[in-house]
Design a binder for this molecule. Structure first.
Ligand code: AMP
Ligand code: ZN
Ligand code: FE
Ligand code: FE
Length: 293
């Protein structure tokens, strides 16, 4: 999806991507190599609930010339609705409230996936070992995509999308929720570490409903800095609505691909962030974490 508002020749910036440290399918170096092929100048690494991939960024930046914004896509939960918050330039210290909340979410993700596999296993031939085998390593943050990959490996379904449409759907019989902090607590925890909080795909069509406006307002009150408007799961009407909300609340507007490698059709650079927005993000961040160039 092109964005004519980004001037020709400007830096190409994608602020939402995943690797195999969570549910993407390529490693950090491979991600940055693909970013260079996609003519990106800057990319944010935003794996779910982990900073494990950050250690590999300096070498990958040096090898590819693509700059990297260290980030996370933090899970949160509001009345059964999964709310994702992009946390950019946070302090990665394991002593923070943010780190504690993410550790709790990661272990709950494992319990939850085991419970889902237990239920799914009654109807489809997959085991917990099959799901573990789809994760790149011991520290991989487990999500439904790994269950999907196990189902695909067994030939139960053709791809991740088919799994999400049925077997893994929140409204289906096998869905089990996992612990995540409230969106307001997540925003506060991100801001406490000096990072910038941006609500990810708040109007995602894959949800049952848009995020309620009063929830977004509570997140703004808690220190939300921006809103991911340009995302493939937002149609033009949704983008217009979110742009208006951002204007009223003086929020930054970002865009990102939500690239998951081969796991999703999303292509790197399909949605971009304006260079002046990245400049504002780096200006707002108060931690010692910086864009790696
Ligand atoms: P979980 O973290 O376990 O709740 O799973 C959510 C993850 O699944 C998100 O990161 C999405 O990127 C991914 N996901 C959601 N819908 C789909 C889909 N239709 N195809 C592939 N991946 C998806
Ligand atoms: Zn994901
Ligand atoms: Fe997300
Ligand atoms: Fe994402």
């Amino acid at each position: 999806m092109s964005q004519p508002s980004i001037p020709h020749g400007a830096e190409r910036i994608d602020l939402h991507t995943h690797t195999s440290w969570s549910d993407g399918t390529c490693g950090v170096l491979e991600l940055l190599q693909h970013a260079r092929e996609a003519q990106l100048d800057v990319l944010a690494l935003t794996d779910h609930d982990t900073v494990a991939g950050w250690a590999e960024l300096p070498a990958a930046v040096a090898a590819t010339g693509v700059a990297a914004v260290p980030g996370i896509e933090v899970s949160s939960e509001h009345q059964g609705l999964s709310v994702h918050v992009l946390a950019l330039l946070v302090d990665p210290s394991p002593d923070s409230e943010l780190a504690a909340e993410m550790a709790r979410a990661r272990s709950s993700r494992i319990e939850r996936a085991r419970a889902m596999v237990e239920l799914i296993g009654q109807d489809h031939p997959i085991t917990w070992e099959d799901v573990r085998a789809q994760a790149a390593g011991e520290s991989t943050v487990i999500g439904r995509p790994h269950i999907a990959d196990a189902l695909v490996a067994h030939g139960a379904i053709p791809d991740r999308s088919a799994a999400f449409a049925e077997i893994l759907s929140p409204s289906g019989p096998y869905y089990v929720p996992y612990y995540a902090p409230s969106p307001v607590a997540a925003v506060r925890a991100i801001r406490e570490t000096g990072g910038v909080a941006i609500v990810a795909h708040p109007g995602s069509v894959s949800r049952d409903a848009d995020l309620p406006v009063d929830l977004l307002e509570a997140m703004v009150e808690a220190g939300l800095t921006g809103i991911e408007v340009d995302h493939r799961e937002h149609d033009e009407a949704e983008r217009a609505r979110l742009r208006d909300f951002a204007a009223v609340h003086d929020l930054l507007i970002t865009g990102g691909s939500d690239y998951h490698g081969a796991g999703k059709p999303n292509r790197l650079g399909e949605n971009l962030t304006q260079p002046d927005v990245l400049a504002a993000i780096t200006h707002r961040a108060t931690s010692t974490t910086e864009v790696i160039r």
